[in-house]
Design a protein around this ligand. Structure first.
Ligand code: AMP
Ligand code: ZN
Length: 466
């Protein structure tokens, strides 16, 4: 097996990836908070995670992928202050929190289908694991990590050694900085809620009984409970966007390792943000965000153009979104599709040809170098422009497409040549065989008038849509 290197936020370095169980990988990716549409920034992170999953499979691993749906407990402020995003979304739209969750979960699944992102093997809603989350809080309570305040049960971060091992932050500076947003009852500014009580004067739509009183789980708890439930002894890779490093993932690690006494995930990987050109951050809470619908579909861009665009910036670098950028990506994708259409015609009768070993290895080396997609895309072009036979190019590009996920195997089926063009092409072939070049040229003009371009290559005639 070729060595796969992945950048681990824990060590701040690229490390050789080795799963806990040989041949199998447990992958956990933090999922959406379903109180609004996903924006294209969120979707960039899901594309990065999809590439990771596909690269693992390309390397021969079996992957068990779990993703949560946050349908309760994520508050508008960091560090357990503010309103519940779901209940707030429900008020905004005059629906129940449950309806909001269902509606935006469906929208999210549509978005990822548009982007050809493979669905996780297991989806879990936070509200479907309340029992497991309560059990985790009980364990932490028994082990002496919790304390109660007027509004909930909190995790005492001072009792967990190495609280900043993921964020690499200076704890003292952090305590000082975090003091600004105050909950005077917290023992340390970094402490976080495991269970929040329902406010005494309001009836929440989503609330449950617990040993400590009616309430709802703290946001970080679901990911710990779910990953331990579904991945148990395969806690290999945990991912999310870089915004999750300092609080969400740091707290997941603290509460999970405090509860089990064991390492919680060996690899932590984080995707950098999408920014709107000019440097503005996109966030769901600021109502300025672009969805797949308004940024792409309504402008006539295929969602796959966005997927293609995401390949051109390494996942650990900020990616800028602009109209020119997406247009360039669209053209790049169209160009690639045309290149593949041409070789597909030549490869029709040679379906037993396999990927070219040298170019497959080059591609593998690029993706195995911490998912270096810009380099992988350069290898795709190098291969397509090389002198290997078209049938071999076609087999190789389809092999690459297991990682790229651009549906390159469906181009011909999606756009078959019209009957009329096919007939003209046949007639032109005969004319050329008979060396009747005048007829051949006339037929070429007729084909071009129908919107197709004919190229005479060594291996035969090629037709491309103009
Ligand atoms: P949320 O639905 O807010 O919980 O976020 C879903 C995922 O998107 C998480 O992995 C976040 O870290 C990630 N994310 C949030 N904003 C951005 C952004 N502007 N660019 C890239 N990823 C983001
Ligand atoms: Zn999470």
């Amino acid at each position: 097996m070729n060595t796969l290197f992945l950048y681990n936020t824990l060590s701040r370095s690229k490390e050789e990836f080795k799963p806990i169980k040989p041949g199998e990988v447990g992958l956990y990716t933090c999922g959406p908070t379903v109180y609004n549409y996903a924006h294209i920034g969120n979707l960039r992170t899901y594309i990065f995670e999809d590439i990771l999953r596909r690269v693992l499979v390309y390397n021969g691993y079996r992957v068990k992928h779990v993703m949560n749906i946050t349908d309760v407990g994520h508050l508008t402020g960091d560090r357990d202050m503010g309103e519940d995003k779901m209940e707030k979304g429900a008020q905004r739209e005059g629906k129940t929190a449950w309806d909001i969750a269902e509606y935006y979960t469906r929208a999210f699944r549509q978005d990822i289908a548009h982007l050809n992102i493979i669905e996780p093997d297991i989806w879990v809603k936070a509200t479907d694991t309340i029992d497991e989350q309560i059990a985790l809080v009980k364990t932490l309570e028994e082990k002496g990590y919790t304390y109660q305040t007027g509004d909930g049960i909190y995790f005492d971060t001072s009792k967990f050694k190495n609280y900043t091992k993921l964020s690499h932050q200076n704890l003292e500076a952090l305590q000082e900085g975090a003091r600004v947003e105050k909950n005077p009852e917290k023992r340390n500014a970094t402490d976080f809620a495991l269970w929040k009580f329902s406010p005494p004067d309001t009836k929440r739509q989503m609330e449950w009984d617990s040993p400590w009183g009616v309430g709802f789980p703290g946001w970080h708890l679901e990911c710990s409970a779910m990953s331990m439930k579904f991945l148990n002894d395969q806690l290999d890779i945990h991912c999310g966007g870089t915004d999750h490093i300092d609080v969400h993932h740091t707290n997941e690690i603290a509460q999970s390792e405090a509860a089990t006494g064991k390492a919680f995930f060996n690899f932590w990987m984080h995707g950098a943000f999408l920014i709107i050109s000019g440097g503005k951050k996109m966030a769901k809470s600021e109502e300025n965000f672009l969805t797949l619908e308004n940024a792409l579909l309504k402008q006539g861009f295929s969602p796959l153009a966005y997927r293609f665009a995401a390949f051109l910036t390494h996942y650990r670098k900020p990616m800028e979104f602009s109209d020119e950028g997406i247009e360039a990506a669209r053209n790049g994708l169209l160009h690639l599709q045309n290149q593949v259409r041409q070789i597909a015609t030549a490869a029709v009768d040679e379906s037993d040809v396999t990927a070219n070993t040298e170019f497959k290895n080059k591609f593998l080396q690029a993706v195995n170098d911490d998912l270096n997609m810009p380099r992988a895309m350069a290898v795709v072009q190098e291969m397509l422009k090389s002198t290997i036979a078209d049938s071999e190019k076609y087999a190789t590009v389809l092999d690459y497409d297991r990682v790229l996920g651009l549906n390159l195997d469906q181009l011909d089926k999606a756009q078959p040549l019209p009957q009329e063009v096919q007939e003209l092409l046949e007639a032109r072939k005969k004319a050329r065989e008979a060396k009747d070049f005048a007829t051949s040229d006339r037929l070429r003009d007729e084909i071009e008038a129908l919107g197709y371009m004919v190229q005479d290559a060594k291996e035969g005639m090629k037709v491309i849509k103009k």
